[in-house]
Ligand binder design. Structure first.
Ligand code: ASP
Length: 442
Protein backbone atom coordinates (compact mmCIF):
# COMPACT_ATOMS: atom_id res chain seq x y z
CA UNK A 1 0.00 0.00 0.00
CA UNK A 2 1.19 3.50 -0.77
CA UNK A 3 1.43 5.44 2.49
CA UNK A 4 1.31 8.71 0.60
CA UNK A 5 -2.00 8.22 -1.12
CA UNK A 6 -5.43 8.65 0.43
CA UNK A 7 -8.46 8.30 -1.81
CA UNK A 8 -11.38 10.47 -0.73
CA UNK A 9 -15.01 10.13 -1.74
CA UNK A 10 -17.66 12.78 -1.10
CA UNK A 11 -21.36 11.95 -1.10
CA UNK A 12 -24.23 13.99 -2.51
CA UNK A 13 -25.00 16.10 0.55
CA UNK A 14 -21.32 17.09 0.69
CA UNK A 15 -21.76 18.57 -2.80
CA UNK A 16 -25.29 19.89 -2.58
CA UNK A 17 -24.35 23.53 -3.25
CA UNK A 18 -21.41 25.92 -3.58
CA UNK A 19 -20.88 26.26 0.16
CA UNK A 20 -20.59 22.47 0.44
CA UNK A 21 -18.14 22.45 -2.51
CA UNK A 22 -16.00 24.92 -0.55
CA UNK A 23 -15.97 22.68 2.54
CA UNK A 24 -14.98 19.71 0.39
CA UNK A 25 -12.17 21.65 -1.26
CA UNK A 26 -10.76 22.76 2.07
CA UNK A 27 -10.83 19.18 3.38
CA UNK A 28 -8.97 17.94 0.31
CA UNK A 29 -6.43 20.76 0.42
CA UNK A 30 -5.78 20.22 4.14
CA UNK A 31 -3.85 17.00 3.44
CA UNK A 32 -1.54 16.56 0.42
CA UNK A 33 -2.04 12.80 0.62
CA UNK A 34 -5.63 13.32 -0.51
CA UNK A 35 -4.60 13.06 -4.14
CA UNK A 36 -7.63 11.43 -5.75
CA UNK A 37 -11.17 12.54 -5.07
CA UNK A 38 -14.30 10.67 -6.16
CA UNK A 39 -17.49 12.70 -6.19
CA UNK A 40 -21.21 11.97 -6.22
CA UNK A 41 -23.85 14.08 -7.91
CA UNK A 42 -25.18 17.00 -5.83
CA UNK A 43 -27.71 15.78 -3.27
CA UNK A 44 -30.41 17.48 -1.26
CA UNK A 45 -29.85 21.01 0.07
CA UNK A 46 -32.87 20.78 2.39
CA UNK A 47 -35.20 17.92 3.26
CA UNK A 48 -37.81 18.56 0.55
CA UNK A 49 -35.14 19.08 -2.13
CA UNK A 50 -34.52 16.51 -4.89
CA UNK A 51 -31.18 14.84 -5.57
CA UNK A 52 -29.72 15.41 -9.01
CA UNK A 53 -29.76 11.68 -9.78
CA UNK A 54 -33.48 11.57 -9.03
CA UNK A 55 -34.03 14.62 -11.25
CA UNK A 56 -32.16 12.84 -14.04
CA UNK A 57 -34.40 9.80 -13.60
CA UNK A 58 -37.43 12.09 -13.84
CA UNK A 59 -36.01 13.62 -16.97
CA UNK A 60 -35.50 10.19 -18.52
CA UNK A 61 -39.07 9.16 -17.64
CA UNK A 62 -40.69 12.36 -18.92
CA UNK A 63 -43.62 11.58 -21.18
CA UNK A 64 -43.30 14.46 -23.65
CA UNK A 65 -40.30 16.28 -25.18
CA UNK A 66 -41.49 19.48 -23.44
CA UNK A 67 -41.55 17.79 -20.04
CA UNK A 68 -38.11 16.32 -20.71
CA UNK A 69 -36.65 19.72 -21.59
CA UNK A 70 -38.26 21.30 -18.54
CA UNK A 71 -36.88 18.57 -16.29
CA UNK A 72 -33.44 19.04 -17.83
CA UNK A 73 -33.59 22.82 -17.22
CA UNK A 74 -33.93 22.25 -13.48
CA UNK A 75 -30.77 20.11 -13.53
CA UNK A 76 -28.85 22.60 -15.64
CA UNK A 77 -29.75 25.40 -13.22
CA UNK A 78 -28.30 23.52 -10.26
CA UNK A 79 -24.88 23.26 -11.95
CA UNK A 80 -24.76 26.74 -13.42
CA UNK A 81 -25.76 28.06 -10.00
CA UNK A 82 -22.88 26.24 -8.31
CA UNK A 83 -20.46 27.45 -10.98
CA UNK A 84 -21.63 31.03 -10.51
CA UNK A 85 -21.50 30.89 -6.70
CA UNK A 86 -17.96 29.49 -6.85
CA UNK A 87 -16.98 32.27 -9.29
CA UNK A 88 -15.65 29.66 -11.69
CA UNK A 89 -15.26 30.23 -15.38
CA UNK A 90 -15.41 26.63 -16.55
CA UNK A 91 -17.54 25.97 -19.55
CA UNK A 92 -20.11 23.97 -17.62
CA UNK A 93 -22.83 25.47 -19.82
CA UNK A 94 -21.08 23.96 -22.86
CA UNK A 95 -20.92 20.55 -21.19
CA UNK A 96 -24.58 20.80 -20.25
CA UNK A 97 -25.50 21.73 -23.82
CA UNK A 98 -23.73 18.66 -25.19
CA UNK A 99 -25.77 16.47 -22.88
CA UNK A 100 -28.95 18.38 -23.69
CA UNK A 101 -28.42 17.86 -27.41
CA UNK A 102 -28.23 14.12 -26.89
CA UNK A 103 -31.23 14.08 -24.56
CA UNK A 104 -33.32 16.02 -27.07
CA UNK A 105 -32.09 14.16 -30.15
CA UNK A 106 -34.50 11.76 -31.89
CA UNK A 107 -32.38 8.76 -30.84
CA UNK A 108 -32.44 9.89 -27.21
CA UNK A 109 -30.00 8.55 -24.62
CA UNK A 110 -29.70 5.41 -22.56
CA UNK A 111 -30.90 5.42 -18.98
CA UNK A 112 -27.43 4.65 -17.63
CA UNK A 113 -25.83 7.43 -19.64
CA UNK A 114 -28.30 10.02 -18.46
CA UNK A 115 -28.21 9.15 -14.75
CA UNK A 116 -24.40 9.09 -14.81
CA UNK A 117 -24.23 12.72 -15.92
CA UNK A 118 -24.87 13.97 -12.38
CA UNK A 119 -21.48 12.66 -11.26
CA UNK A 120 -19.81 13.70 -14.52
CA UNK A 121 -20.79 17.36 -14.17
CA UNK A 122 -20.07 17.38 -10.46
CA UNK A 123 -16.52 16.15 -11.11
CA UNK A 124 -16.04 18.72 -13.87
CA UNK A 125 -16.88 21.53 -11.46
CA UNK A 126 -14.90 20.14 -8.54
CA UNK A 127 -11.77 19.51 -10.61
CA UNK A 128 -11.89 23.10 -11.88
CA UNK A 129 -12.43 24.49 -8.41
CA UNK A 130 -9.54 22.51 -6.94
CA UNK A 131 -7.23 22.92 -9.92
CA UNK A 132 -7.02 19.10 -10.13
CA UNK A 133 -7.14 17.09 -13.35
CA UNK A 134 -10.46 15.62 -14.42
CA UNK A 135 -10.24 11.90 -15.19
CA UNK A 136 -13.38 10.30 -16.58
CA UNK A 137 -14.56 7.16 -14.78
CA UNK A 138 -15.51 5.75 -18.20
CA UNK A 139 -11.76 5.42 -18.90
CA UNK A 140 -10.99 3.73 -15.58
CA UNK A 141 -13.87 1.52 -14.48
CA UNK A 142 -15.04 -1.35 -16.67
CA UNK A 143 -17.95 -3.74 -16.53
CA UNK A 144 -18.30 -7.12 -18.24
CA UNK A 145 -21.24 -7.95 -20.49
CA UNK A 146 -23.31 -8.95 -17.45
CA UNK A 147 -22.74 -5.53 -15.90
CA UNK A 148 -20.38 -6.91 -13.25
CA UNK A 149 -17.24 -4.92 -12.42
CA UNK A 150 -14.36 -6.26 -14.49
CA UNK A 151 -11.71 -6.20 -11.79
CA UNK A 152 -8.95 -7.69 -13.93
CA UNK A 153 -9.26 -4.86 -16.42
CA UNK A 154 -10.14 -2.05 -14.01
CA UNK A 155 -7.45 -2.09 -11.31
CA UNK A 156 -4.41 -2.10 -13.62
CA UNK A 157 -6.02 0.65 -15.70
CA UNK A 158 -6.72 2.80 -12.65
CA UNK A 159 -3.09 2.47 -11.64
CA UNK A 160 -1.69 3.09 -15.08
CA UNK A 161 -3.82 6.18 -15.75
CA UNK A 162 -3.65 7.80 -12.33
CA UNK A 163 0.12 7.38 -12.12
CA UNK A 164 0.23 10.13 -14.70
CA UNK A 165 -1.83 12.52 -12.57
CA UNK A 166 -0.52 14.00 -9.35
CA UNK A 167 -4.08 14.97 -8.37
CA UNK A 168 -7.39 14.11 -9.96
CA UNK A 169 -11.13 14.28 -9.50
CA UNK A 170 -13.05 11.26 -10.76
CA UNK A 171 -16.83 10.99 -11.10
CA UNK A 172 -18.35 8.19 -9.03
CA UNK A 173 -21.14 5.76 -9.85
CA UNK A 174 -20.36 4.75 -13.44
CA UNK A 175 -17.91 3.17 -15.83
CA UNK A 176 -18.07 1.65 -19.27
CA UNK A 177 -19.04 -1.59 -20.93
CA UNK A 178 -16.84 -3.31 -23.53
CA UNK A 179 -18.59 -1.43 -26.36
CA UNK A 180 -17.79 1.90 -24.71
CA UNK A 181 -21.34 2.63 -23.54
CA UNK A 182 -21.94 3.83 -20.01
CA UNK A 183 -23.02 1.50 -17.22
CA UNK A 184 -23.63 2.34 -13.58
CA UNK A 185 -23.24 0.62 -10.25
CA UNK A 186 -26.41 0.31 -8.13
CA UNK A 187 -27.72 3.46 -6.40
CA UNK A 188 -25.22 4.84 -3.93
CA UNK A 189 -22.53 3.37 -6.15
CA UNK A 190 -20.02 6.21 -5.85
CA UNK A 191 -18.97 4.47 -2.63
CA UNK A 192 -17.95 1.51 -4.81
CA UNK A 193 -16.06 3.75 -7.23
CA UNK A 194 -14.09 5.23 -4.32
CA UNK A 195 -13.21 1.75 -3.14
CA UNK A 196 -12.23 0.65 -6.66
CA UNK A 197 -9.94 3.67 -7.09
CA UNK A 198 -8.38 3.08 -3.66
CA UNK A 199 -7.76 -0.55 -4.60
CA UNK A 200 -6.37 0.41 -8.02
CA UNK A 201 -3.83 2.92 -6.72
CA UNK A 202 -3.21 0.81 -3.59
CA UNK A 203 -3.99 3.74 -1.30
CA UNK A 204 -3.22 3.34 2.37
CA UNK A 205 -6.61 4.80 3.30
CA UNK A 206 -10.04 5.29 1.76
CA UNK A 207 -11.87 8.23 3.32
CA UNK A 208 -15.59 8.22 2.75
CA UNK A 209 -17.00 11.67 3.58
CA UNK A 210 -20.71 11.88 4.24
CA UNK A 211 -23.20 13.79 6.39
CA UNK A 212 -22.98 11.72 9.58
CA UNK A 213 -20.05 11.41 11.94
CA UNK A 214 -19.49 7.73 11.24
CA UNK A 215 -21.38 4.47 11.51
CA UNK A 216 -23.82 4.64 14.39
CA UNK A 217 -24.46 1.81 16.85
CA UNK A 218 -28.12 1.69 15.80
CA UNK A 219 -30.55 3.32 13.38
CA UNK A 220 -30.91 6.97 14.50
CA UNK A 221 -34.54 6.98 13.36
CA UNK A 222 -35.25 4.56 16.21
CA UNK A 223 -32.46 5.50 18.62
CA UNK A 224 -31.97 9.25 18.07
CA UNK A 225 -28.92 9.48 20.34
CA UNK A 226 -27.19 6.32 19.04
CA UNK A 227 -23.45 6.46 19.68
CA UNK A 228 -20.89 6.44 16.94
CA UNK A 229 -18.77 3.30 16.45
CA UNK A 230 -15.04 4.04 16.64
CA UNK A 231 -13.67 0.91 14.97
CA UNK A 232 -15.59 -1.66 12.99
CA UNK A 233 -14.29 -4.71 11.13
CA UNK A 234 -15.31 -5.45 7.55
CA UNK A 235 -17.09 -8.52 8.85
CA UNK A 236 -19.08 -6.63 11.45
CA UNK A 237 -20.03 -4.06 8.84
CA UNK A 238 -21.22 -6.81 6.53
CA UNK A 239 -23.47 -8.25 9.26
CA UNK A 240 -24.88 -4.83 10.09
CA UNK A 241 -25.32 -3.67 6.48
CA UNK A 242 -27.10 -6.86 5.60
CA UNK A 243 -29.60 -6.17 8.36
CA UNK A 244 -30.17 -2.57 7.37
CA UNK A 245 -27.37 -0.26 8.55
CA UNK A 246 -27.07 2.28 5.76
CA UNK A 247 -23.89 4.27 5.66
CA UNK A 248 -21.88 2.71 2.88
CA UNK A 249 -23.19 1.02 -0.23
CA UNK A 250 -23.05 -2.70 0.60
CA UNK A 251 -20.66 -3.57 -2.22
CA UNK A 252 -18.21 -0.83 -1.35
CA UNK A 253 -16.15 -3.05 0.89
CA UNK A 254 -14.99 -5.83 -1.43
CA UNK A 255 -12.40 -3.90 -3.50
CA UNK A 256 -10.53 -2.43 -0.51
CA UNK A 257 -10.93 -5.62 1.50
CA UNK A 258 -8.63 -7.45 -0.90
CA UNK A 259 -5.69 -5.35 0.26
CA UNK A 260 -6.95 -4.60 3.75
CA UNK A 261 -7.21 -0.86 3.01
CA UNK A 262 -9.09 0.77 5.91
CA UNK A 263 -12.17 2.88 5.23
CA UNK A 264 -12.62 5.97 7.37
CA UNK A 265 -16.21 7.26 7.37
CA UNK A 266 -16.08 11.00 8.11
CA UNK A 267 -18.47 13.93 8.31
CA UNK A 268 -17.94 16.81 5.87
CA UNK A 269 -19.93 19.06 8.20
CA UNK A 270 -17.92 18.13 11.31
CA UNK A 271 -14.28 17.78 10.37
CA UNK A 272 -13.23 17.51 14.01
CA UNK A 273 -15.05 14.19 14.47
CA UNK A 274 -12.70 11.22 13.87
CA UNK A 275 -15.51 9.13 12.35
CA UNK A 276 -15.51 5.35 12.10
CA UNK A 277 -12.55 3.26 11.00
CA UNK A 278 -13.51 0.11 9.12
CA UNK A 279 -10.64 -2.35 9.15
CA UNK A 280 -9.75 -5.96 8.37
CA UNK A 281 -8.92 -6.97 11.91
CA UNK A 282 -9.22 -5.02 15.12
CA UNK A 283 -8.32 -5.62 18.70
CA UNK A 284 -11.22 -5.68 21.15
CA UNK A 285 -12.99 -2.35 20.91
CA UNK A 286 -11.35 0.47 22.81
CA UNK A 287 -14.65 1.20 24.49
CA UNK A 288 -14.64 -2.37 25.84
CA UNK A 289 -18.21 -2.82 24.67
CA UNK A 290 -19.31 -6.38 23.98
CA UNK A 291 -21.49 -5.29 21.11
CA UNK A 292 -20.28 -3.09 18.27
CA UNK A 293 -23.63 -2.35 16.68
CA UNK A 294 -27.23 -3.40 16.23
CA UNK A 295 -29.43 -3.47 13.16
CA UNK A 296 -32.69 -5.02 12.19
CA UNK A 297 -35.48 -5.37 9.71
CA UNK A 298 -39.09 -6.43 9.53
CA UNK A 299 -40.49 -8.62 6.79
CA UNK A 300 -39.37 -12.15 7.62
CA UNK A 301 -41.32 -15.42 7.79
CA UNK A 302 -40.69 -18.56 9.83
CA UNK A 303 -41.64 -22.11 9.04
CA UNK A 304 -41.36 -24.26 12.17
CA UNK A 305 -41.29 -28.03 11.90
CA UNK A 306 -41.39 -30.56 14.75
CA UNK A 307 -40.79 -34.26 14.42
CA UNK A 308 -39.86 -36.73 17.14
CA UNK A 309 -36.43 -38.30 16.54
CA UNK A 310 -35.69 -35.73 13.85
CA UNK A 311 -32.09 -35.79 15.04
CA UNK A 312 -31.69 -39.43 13.89
CA UNK A 313 -33.05 -38.93 10.41
CA UNK A 314 -30.26 -38.58 7.93
CA UNK A 315 -31.18 -36.21 5.08
CA UNK A 316 -34.23 -34.68 6.80
CA UNK A 317 -32.89 -31.17 6.71
CA UNK A 318 -31.71 -31.51 3.13
CA UNK A 319 -35.20 -32.57 2.03
CA UNK A 320 -36.77 -29.56 3.70
CA UNK A 321 -34.21 -27.15 2.29
CA UNK A 322 -34.51 -28.59 -1.20
CA UNK A 323 -38.19 -27.61 -1.21
CA UNK A 324 -37.14 -24.00 -0.71
CA UNK A 325 -34.54 -24.36 -3.41
CA UNK A 326 -37.17 -25.70 -5.79
CA UNK A 327 -39.12 -22.48 -5.35
CA UNK A 328 -36.04 -20.26 -5.60
CA UNK A 329 -36.44 -18.97 -2.03
CA UNK A 330 -33.17 -18.05 -0.39
CA UNK A 331 -32.94 -18.89 3.28
CA UNK A 332 -31.63 -16.57 5.99
CA UNK A 333 -31.29 -18.85 9.03
CA UNK A 334 -32.04 -22.41 10.03
CA UNK A 335 -32.02 -22.68 13.83
CA UNK A 336 -32.41 -26.29 14.98
CA UNK A 337 -33.28 -28.16 18.18
CA UNK A 338 -33.28 -31.92 18.79
CA UNK A 339 -36.72 -32.40 17.31
CA UNK A 340 -37.37 -28.98 15.80
CA UNK A 341 -36.17 -27.04 12.85
CA UNK A 342 -37.13 -23.52 11.74
CA UNK A 343 -36.52 -22.01 8.35
CA UNK A 344 -36.36 -18.23 8.23
CA UNK A 345 -36.63 -16.32 4.99
CA UNK A 346 -37.66 -12.92 3.68
CA UNK A 347 -41.44 -12.89 3.24
CA UNK A 348 -41.18 -10.99 -0.03
CA UNK A 349 -39.22 -13.84 -1.59
CA UNK A 350 -42.04 -16.38 -1.28
CA UNK A 351 -45.46 -16.40 -2.92
CA UNK A 352 -48.44 -17.85 -0.99
CA UNK A 353 -48.54 -20.64 -3.62
CA UNK A 354 -44.92 -21.56 -2.95
CA UNK A 355 -45.53 -21.66 0.80
CA UNK A 356 -48.66 -23.75 0.29
CA UNK A 357 -46.74 -26.21 -1.87
CA UNK A 358 -43.84 -26.46 0.60
CA UNK A 359 -46.17 -27.15 3.54
CA UNK A 360 -48.18 -29.70 1.55
CA UNK A 361 -45.01 -31.51 0.45
CA UNK A 362 -43.67 -31.64 4.00
CA UNK A 363 -46.95 -33.01 5.34
CA UNK A 364 -47.17 -35.55 2.55
CA UNK A 365 -43.61 -36.81 2.32
CA UNK A 366 -41.97 -36.18 5.67
CA UNK A 367 -44.68 -37.17 8.16
CA UNK A 368 -43.93 -34.43 10.64
CA UNK A 369 -45.70 -34.02 14.01
CA UNK A 370 -46.31 -30.31 13.81
CA UNK A 371 -45.80 -27.52 11.35
CA UNK A 372 -46.54 -23.81 11.72
CA UNK A 373 -45.98 -20.83 9.52
CA UNK A 374 -45.80 -17.21 10.66
CA UNK A 375 -45.20 -13.98 8.85
CA UNK A 376 -44.57 -10.56 10.39
CA UNK A 377 -41.33 -11.51 12.05
CA UNK A 378 -38.58 -8.96 12.63
CA UNK A 379 -34.95 -9.88 13.05
CA UNK A 380 -32.46 -7.89 15.08
CA UNK A 381 -28.75 -8.54 14.63
CA UNK A 382 -26.45 -7.90 17.55
CA UNK A 383 -22.92 -7.80 16.13
CA UNK A 384 -19.59 -7.53 17.87
CA UNK A 385 -16.12 -9.02 17.60
CA UNK A 386 -15.87 -8.84 21.39
CA UNK A 387 -18.60 -11.46 21.75
CA UNK A 388 -16.14 -14.15 20.71
CA UNK A 389 -15.15 -16.14 23.79
CA UNK A 390 -17.20 -13.87 26.04
CA UNK A 391 -19.99 -15.77 27.72
CA UNK A 392 -23.40 -14.59 28.72
CA UNK A 393 -24.41 -12.31 25.84
CA UNK A 394 -27.29 -14.49 24.66
CA UNK A 395 -28.36 -14.95 28.27
CA UNK A 396 -28.49 -11.20 28.81
CA UNK A 397 -30.61 -10.78 25.69
CA UNK A 398 -33.06 -13.46 26.82
CA UNK A 399 -33.34 -12.04 30.33
CA UNK A 400 -33.84 -8.45 29.28
CA UNK A 401 -36.40 -9.16 26.58
CA UNK A 402 -38.15 -11.62 28.90
CA UNK A 403 -38.49 -8.93 31.57
CA UNK A 404 -40.08 -6.62 28.97
CA UNK A 405 -42.57 -9.35 28.06
CA UNK A 406 -41.24 -9.74 24.52
CA UNK A 407 -41.59 -13.25 23.20
CA UNK A 408 -38.44 -14.41 21.44
CA UNK A 409 -39.25 -16.47 18.37
CA UNK A 410 -35.67 -17.42 17.70
CA UNK A 411 -32.17 -16.76 18.87
CA UNK A 412 -29.35 -17.80 16.61
CA UNK A 413 -25.63 -17.25 16.85
CA UNK A 414 -23.37 -17.22 13.80
CA UNK A 415 -20.65 -19.85 13.89
CA UNK A 416 -17.92 -17.21 13.99
CA UNK A 417 -19.62 -15.91 17.14
CA UNK A 418 -19.64 -12.29 16.04
CA UNK A 419 -23.38 -12.12 15.48
CA UNK A 420 -26.51 -13.06 17.39
CA UNK A 421 -29.84 -12.84 15.62
CA UNK A 422 -33.00 -12.35 17.63
CA UNK A 423 -36.39 -12.93 16.03
CA UNK A 424 -39.46 -11.22 17.48
CA UNK A 425 -42.94 -10.36 16.30
CA UNK A 426 -42.76 -7.35 13.99
CA UNK A 427 -44.86 -5.23 16.36
CA UNK A 428 -42.08 -5.55 18.95
CA UNK A 429 -39.29 -4.60 16.57
CA UNK A 430 -38.54 -1.05 17.70
CA UNK A 431 -38.97 -1.86 21.39
CA UNK A 432 -36.56 -4.78 21.04
CA UNK A 433 -33.97 -2.62 19.37
CA UNK A 434 -34.28 0.03 22.08
CA UNK A 435 -33.98 -2.50 24.91
CA UNK A 436 -30.95 -4.18 23.35
CA UNK A 437 -29.30 -0.85 22.60
CA UNK A 438 -29.70 0.22 26.23
CA UNK A 439 -28.34 -3.12 27.34
CA UNK A 440 -25.18 -2.92 25.27
CA UNK A 441 -24.47 0.75 24.69
CA UNK A 442 -21.93 1.14 27.53
N1 ASP B 1 -25.77 9.69 -7.42
C1 ASP B 1 -25.98 8.29 -7.28
C2 ASP B 1 -27.18 8.03 -6.41
O1 ASP B 1 -27.84 8.96 -6.00
C3 ASP B 1 -24.76 7.56 -6.82
C4 ASP B 1 -24.17 8.04 -5.52
O2 ASP B 1 -24.49 9.13 -5.07
O3 ASP B 1 -23.40 7.30 -4.93
O4 ASP B 1 -27.48 6.90 -6.13
Amino acid sequence: MDQNITVVKFGGTSLADASQFKKVASIIKADPKRRYAVVSAPGKRFSSDIKITDLLIRCYNAKTPEDRSAAFDVIADRYTGIERDLALSTDIAGEIDLIREKVESPEGVTYSYLISRGEYLSARLMSAYLGFDFVDAADLVFFDDKGVLDEAKTYPRVREVLEKHRNAVIPGFYGSLADGSINTFPRGGSDITGSVIARGVEAHLYENWTDVSGVLMADPKIIPDAKCIDVLTYRELRELSYMGTQVLQEDAVFPVKQLGIPINVRNTNDVSAPGTMIVAEAPPSASGRTVTGLAGRRGFSVLLIEKTFMNNQVGFMRRILSLFEKHGISIEHVPTGIDTLSVIFESARATPEAIGDIIASINRDLKVDYISYSENVALVAVAGRNMVNRSGTAGMILTQLGKAGINILLLSQSSNEINIIVGVEAMHFEKTLRILYDLFKD
